[in-house]
Every structure is written in structure tokens, then in C-alpha cells.
Design a protein around this ligand. Structure first.
Ligand SMILES: Cc1cc2nc3c(=O)[nH]c(=O)nc-3n(C[C@H](O)[C@H](O)[C@H](O)COP(=O)(O)OP(=O)(O)OC[C@H]3O[C@@H](n4cnc5c(N)ncnc54)[C@H](O)[C@@H]3O)c2cc1C
Length: 435
């Protein structure tokens, strides 16, 4: 029997694959719902993603959705999603999207434009544990790093590029430099793994986890795994079920939990590994969901949203223009935006009272999008530990868990390989084939 701990997208996918292959499993979930960070909430006329907002659907993800009979529920993002906006010198600016627009746009200085073309012949090489900031400044310029890489890392990791390790965060980009002597040569020759489209599902992303959940036969809810012990080749899991603690015998254990939850469970079994997992850094985030009357908004909001480079010292880290890219997010005569606050650059903002967060988020949106009226709706949500940081702490944690595989203890979650939902699905699928 294989025990899977945690029914987020990773644990659910793993359980689904094992069930398909006829391998015995039991999926333990500490709460009364599945989905983990995925949480779509219909609040009156507003559909909020209190967690991930969109998926990047590649061939593998599309096949998975088809298999789950979700093909007709895929909602591709509107074409404008390809327009990405970056805050620069106090204004929302459209990012150049290709070589021609790069040359004609005033977004970058001449020095940066020249450095982009010179990157093809830049012979400098990466070093061990080089940070994302150092890597891109070395290959391009400080300006490019601050105004594209920094906001991108904020958008995906809520991270600080001076802490994120290049080889952990963007391994493929490092591989391009090693193989071709240039990142751009690598991008032109190999690309980033085929075409991917930005999408969601009707009803929100939770439609995915709800659908997988409905197909599973062995989920145990309100079942918090407390610890594990080994006797011979058998593992004994202590599982808190309502008021009693039950002992459950299994032969293999897969952690599909955060590094800090995994640390709690492993504390007795391997204090050394637990110590490393406990140290993994997680970025805290608050999200402000704000709607306005469409007629009050001057900016066309013709894009995915806007990211705020840390150099601009803004209150917001980024905003997704939900109603510009997906349907049925709010009443037709309104717009809905989700702004993110905090992350590794400003963890202190997440500790402000919700009222102040609300007021400062609305103030900045009103200025940036040239809004004339007041919001029709505001909702605040937050996570003290939202996103694992691919920094040195995580590199050490990954080293520490390597030895456990030979003992039939495995890990499959967003801190072990990559953060995106597509990667969580793919990694769980790959692991299922090896158990
Ligand atoms: C604000 C935010 C926005 C994001 N946006 C995007 C996005 O737009 N696109 C994208 O691709 N990704 C996004 N991500 C990342 C993505 O949501 C996560 O990487 C992914 O959901 C992680 O899934 P998981 O299954 O690995 O872990 P989790 O979702 O953390 O699931 C772990 C599960 O384990 C359970 N658990 C914990 N302890 C125990 C225990 N002791 N016993 C039993 N069960 C336990 C938890 O209750 C939880 O259900 C975002 C993340 C956040 C926080």
C-alpha cells in the first residue's frame, strides 16, 4: 500500500495515476477539502481565484485534461493576454514582445538593446550558486534584469532575484548557456518546450481538482498525518482522525505536502532532514480582489496584467486583469483585478491590517489605471507561507531528501521540482510510473 500525504494538485494527480495503474494507495488530506492552494470561490457575482489564477497548458497538460473529460471546460485566455505590462518610471508600460517591437520601443535604453544583440557572443560563464540577478546582469544589463527578470520572478515566485539561485529557478536557461554559449541562441534553437497556452477551466481552476477528486476511490479527509515510524520494511503512519490517532501500515510513503508540513511529519523519523525542510523559505502574500465600474476605468486594460519591478518601490507587486483575460469573472459592466502584495521584497506589507491593504491597493490601482470612481467590490485574502523560494535553503532541502528514496519515502510537490501546476501534474505522473 502506498500512502500519499496531501490532496493538492500533486497528491491528487499521483492518486489518480496510481488508481489507473491498479496500484493500491490511500490519500490522506488533513482538511475537509481537496485542492490545497487551488481554491476558486464564487462570491456573489465575482469568481475569485484564491490561489493560482491560470494554467499554462502544454501537450501533456492538455492530454491530462482530455483524459479527465475536461476538454470542453478549457477556457483559453483572450488573445490580449499576450500583452504584458510593466510599471516603469511611475507608469504602466507595454513590454516589447519581439525583436521588432524591441527595437522600435522606448521601453529599454540603447545600451540594453545593444546588450541583447551582443548576448549571442557573450563568452562569460556561470558559477556555482550564481543568483538570478547576477546571471542576467552578467549576460545582459542591470536595466534588463531590474525591469524584466525581477518582475517576472515576482510574478511566479513572489521572489527576490538576489536570493533565487539560477540553477534551481531557471535550469533550462543555465543549460542553454552551457550548451550554446548563449541564452538567446538556446531559445532560438530549442525554445522552451513547445507551444503552451494560458487558460483556465469553466468555474475556475478548482474544477480540475474537484474532477480528479470525484474519480478517486481512496481519499481519507480530516486525516492529518502526524508522524511515521519504520518497523522492518513496513511504515507505521500516525494519523489524526477527529479525536483518535490511528496507526496505518503502508509500504511506501509519498509526501505531497509543503516543505514545512513535511518537516513536522518527519521530525521523529529523521530530525536532520526535517531540520533542512523547516528552513525552506516561503514568501508571504496578500491578494486584493477589486472590481470597478468599467465606465470609470480610463486604461483599456488590454493585457494579462501589470508587474511592478522592485526598483519602482510600489505597494503592489503585480496585478492580474482577470476580466480582460477570462469570461464571467464579474458583472458585464465591471472589471475585476487581482493585486498581489508583499512577497520576499516586502513581507512587512502582508502584516498590515486588511483595511490598510485595501485602501493602499485601491489607491494605487486608481492612479495606475486612471479610474474615476470607487470600487464596487473589494476582498482581501492571504497566505503566510505562499510560495517556496528556489534559493540556497531549498537546494539544501532537496539534497537532504535524496537519501530517503532508497527507503521508499518520496516527495512530489511544488518545492521538489517546479512551481507551476503543469509541472506538479507532470512530476506526479512520472513518479507514479516508478512506484
Ligand atoms: C497566491 C498563489 C498564486 C499562484 N498562482 C499560480 C498560477 O497562476 N499558475 C500556476 O501554475 N501556479 C500558481 N501557483 C502555484 C501553485 O498553486 C502551487 O505550486 C500548487 O498549487 C501546489 O500544489 P501541491 O499539490 O504541490 O501542494 P499544496 O497545494 O500545498 O497541497 C498540499 C496538501 O497537503 C495537505 N496537508 C498538509 N499537511 C498535511 C498532513 N500532515 N497530513 C495530510 N495532509 C496534509 C494540505 O491541506 C494541502 O491540501 C500559485 C500559488 C499561490 C500561493
Amino acid at each position: 500500500m502506498i500512502a500519499i500525504i496531501g490532496a493538492g494538485i500533486s497528491g491528487l494527480t499521483l492518486a489518480y495515476e496510481l488508481q489507473k495503474q491498479g496500484k493500491p494507495y490511500i490519500l490522506f488530506e488533513s482538511s475537509s477539502r481537496t485542492g490545497g492552494y487551488i481554491n476558486s470561490v464564487q462570491n456573489g457575482n465575482y469568481l475569485l481565484e484564491v490561489g493560482p489564477n491560470s494554467i499554462l497548458v502544454d501537450k501533456n497538460f492538455e492530454n491530462f485534461l482530455r483524459e479527465l473529460n475536461l476538454a470542453d471546460k478549457i477556457e483559453e485566455a483572450a488573445a490580449v493576454n499576450k500583452n504584458r505590462f510593466i510599471y516603469k518610471n511611475g507608469k504602466i508600460r507595454k513590454m516589447p514582445s519581439g525583436p521588432l517591437s524591441l527595437l522600435s520601443s522606448s521601453f529599454f535604453s540603447f545600451k540594453t538593446k545593444a546588450a541583447i544583440f551582443k548576448e549571442f557572443s557573450n563568452t562569460s560563464k556561470t558559477t556555482l550558486n550564481e543568483t538570478v540577478s547576477d546571471f542576467f546582469t552578467r549576460r545582459f544589463t542591470k536595466e534588463l534584469t531590474e525591469y524584466t527578470v525581477d518582475p517576472f520572478a515576482t510574478g511566479v515566485y513572489a521572489g527576490d532575484i538576489k536570493q533565487l539561485i539560477m540553477e534551481e529557478t531557471f535550469p533550462q536557461v543555465v543549460a542553454f548557456e552551457k550548451e550554446f554559449g548563449s541564452v538567446l541562441k538556446g531559445v532560438f534553437k530549442k525554445g522552451f518546450g513547445g507551444r503552451r497556452k494560458t487558460a483556465t477551466l469553466q468555474g475556475g481552476l478548482q474544477t480540475l481538482t474537484d474532477t480528479i477528486t470525484a474519480s478517486l476511490k481512496h481519499i481519507s479527509y480530516n486525516s492529518k498525518v502526524l508522524s511515521l515510524q519504520k518497523t522492518g520494511s513496513v511504515y507505521n503512519l500516525q494519523v489524526q482522525l477527529d479525536t483518535e490517532v490511528k496507526q496505518i501500515e503502508v509500504s511506501q510513503v509519498v509526501f505531497c505536502t509543503t516543505a514545512f508540513h513535511s518537516a513536522e511529519i518527519l521530525n521523529e523519523y529523521s530530525p536532520a532532514v526535517a531540520g533542512k525542510l523547516r528552513q525552506v523559505t516561503y514568501a508571504p502574500i496578500k491578494a486584493a480582489y477589486v472590481a470597478f465600474k468599467r465606465a470609470d476605468v480610463t486604461h483599456p486594460m488590454n493585457g494579462f496584467g501589470c508587474l511592478y519591478p522592485s526598483a519602482e518601490k510600489s505597494f503592489l507587486a503585480g496585478t492580474i486583469w482577470n476580466s480582460s483575460i477570462f469570461k464571467n469573472r464579474c458583472p458585464a459592466d465591471e472589471i475585476l483585478a487581482t493585486s498581489f502584495i508583499g512577497g520576499m521584497h516586502h513581507p512587512e506589507y502582508t502584516r498590515l491590517p486588511d483595511e490598510e491593504i485595501k485602501q493602499r491597493a485601491v489607491q494605487q490601482l486608481t492612479k495606475d489605471l486612471e479610474i474615476k470612481g470607487t470600487p464596487t467590490y473589494v476582498h482581501i485574502a492571504g497566505w503566510d507561507k505562499a510560495i517556496p523560494q528556489y534559493d540556497l535553503s531549498l537546494k539544501e532541502a532537496k539534497e537532504a531528501i535524496k537519501g530517503l528514496e532508497t527507503q521508499h519515502i518520496y516527495f512530489s510537490s511544488n518545492w521538489t521540482q517546479a512551481i507551476s501546476l503543469g509541472s506538479c501534474v507532470q512530476n506526479a505522473q512520472l513518479l507514479a510510473g516508478t512506484l
